[in-house]
Design a protein around this ligand. Structure first.
Ligand SMILES: [Zn+2]
Length: 115
């Protein structure tokens, strides 16, 4: 009578040898920040024109986005110089309702993103 040695399944050992692939979080973050911070100078700001105090406030795009939340947007404008495109859903001179950075009160403002 012959005993055949049973071949043990080797899959368990093979799996344990696999090292988990580390996620390159640092690289992704560097990529993201460089993409958002190397915008050409002069653009990447936002102009807030307040209907209440008639002040014009220029702020960074990110700061403007944070300041405009929460807000009511009936429209906004994109562009700079003479090349400004109005994206509006209603005809309104001051289509964004947000806290004005100049007078600090919720006001109807005209928000222009300089891009
Ligand atoms: Zn104001």
């Amino acid at each position: 009578m012959t005993n055949f040695e049973r071949v043990r399944p080797r899959s368990a050992r093979a799996v344990s040898n696999v090292t988990p692939i580390s996620v390159d979080a640092e690289g992704k973050r560097a990529l993201f920040s460089s993409a958002s911070e190397t915008a050409s100078p002069g653009v990447g700001s936002a102009l807030v024109e307040c209907s209440r105090c008639e002040e014009r406030t220029v702020m960074g795009l990110g700061k403007a986005l944070r300041a405009s939340l929460p807000s009511l947007h009936l429209g906004f404008r994109l562009g700079h110089g003479d090349n400004v495109r109005t994206v509006s859903f209603f005809r309104h001179d001051y289509p964004t309702y947000m806290r004005c950075p100049a007078c600090g009160r919720p006001s109807w403002v005209r928000l222009t993103f300089q891009i």
